[in-house]
Write a protein that binds this ligand. Structure first.
Ligand code: PEP
Length: 254
């Protein structure tokens, strides 16, 4: 039995006052969400604030990216050790916006995964195809390659300490969600790829779905056998919406 995990990706949004209100809203229902893991990933500068707000609760905090370096002359970078140092537990890596807008290759993502694991963080590895790739029937090839790079760089056992997020790029921030069947098909494919290396790892790794998840579509998505929660963008910025999605994940347990 895999414990569902719901993570909010706040992207480039937030203010100190807004974060305080949002986290207070989420914390107001944390006691009903003991059967799932819940975390939020604010912009780097707000990580310490949110860690402070979440202190003593089950709400986890993560970064949205990190460097593959741990220190040195890398202006503007943030090391995974720094995220750990200020109390973060997770880090989103290989998000499609990082891949598309900042040139992150599969190899760079694999290096970042290595650095994050070394720093004791749980990487949330994002994989997924563009609309063009889906229409060219390349979804499986793309996802296979994205996974293969991380397996080659870190070994299959590394996935015991990771979370995967399947995020079809065409569904991110577009309001267009993969159908539960479309999502399940790719989730099963991902698990199958891991299974060809190690059956136990494949069964234990949690695979989130991400892409325009809302309170109204979360239950159907999370009801699929290989979907273990969600990575949530836009809907994680409103406590009530994020909690609605968390409740849908909690309802799949027990
Ligand atoms: C994301 O950015 O990871 C994401 C899934 O965004 P949204 O929920 O807004 O589609």
């Amino acid at each position: 039995m895999r414990k569902p995990i719901v993570v909010g990706n706040w992207k480039l949004n937030g203010t100190e006052a807004g974060n305080e209100a949002l986290v207070a809203g989420v914390l107001s229902e944390m006691s009903n969400l003991a059967d799932i893991d819940v975390a939020v990933c604010p912009p780097f500068v707000y990580v310490p604030q949110v860690v402070g707000l979440a202190k003593g609760t089950a709400l986890g905090v993560g970064g949205q990216n990190c460097s593959e370096q741990s220190s040195g002359a890398f202006t503007g970078e943030v090391a995974p050790e720094m995220l750990s140092d200020v109390g973060a537990r997770y880090v989103i890596l290989g998000h499609s916006e990082r891949r598309a807008l900042y040139g992150e290759t599969d190899e760079i993502v694999s290096e970042k995964v290595k650095a994050a694991l070394h720093a004791g963080l749980t990487p949330i590895l994002c994989v997924g195809e563009t609309l063009e790739e889906r229409e060219a029937d390349e979804t499986e090839a793309v996802v296979r390659q994205q996974l293969a790079a991380v397996i080659a760089g870190n070994g299959i056992k590394a996935f015991e300490r990771m979370v995967i997020a399947y995020e079809p790029v065409w569904a991110i921030g577009t309001g267009r969600t993969a159908s539960p069947e479309q999502a399940q098909q790719v989730h099963a494919f991902i698990r199958g790829q891991l299974d060809s290396h190690d059956a136990r790892v494949a069964q234990s790794v949690r695979i989130q779905y991400g892409g325009s998840v809302k309170p109204g579509n979360a239950a159907e998505l999370f009801g699929q056998p290989d979907i273990d929660g969600g990575l949530i963008g836009g809907a994680s910025l409103k406590a009530e919406d994020f909690l609605g999605i968390c409740r849908a994940a909690a309802d799949t347990v027990g």
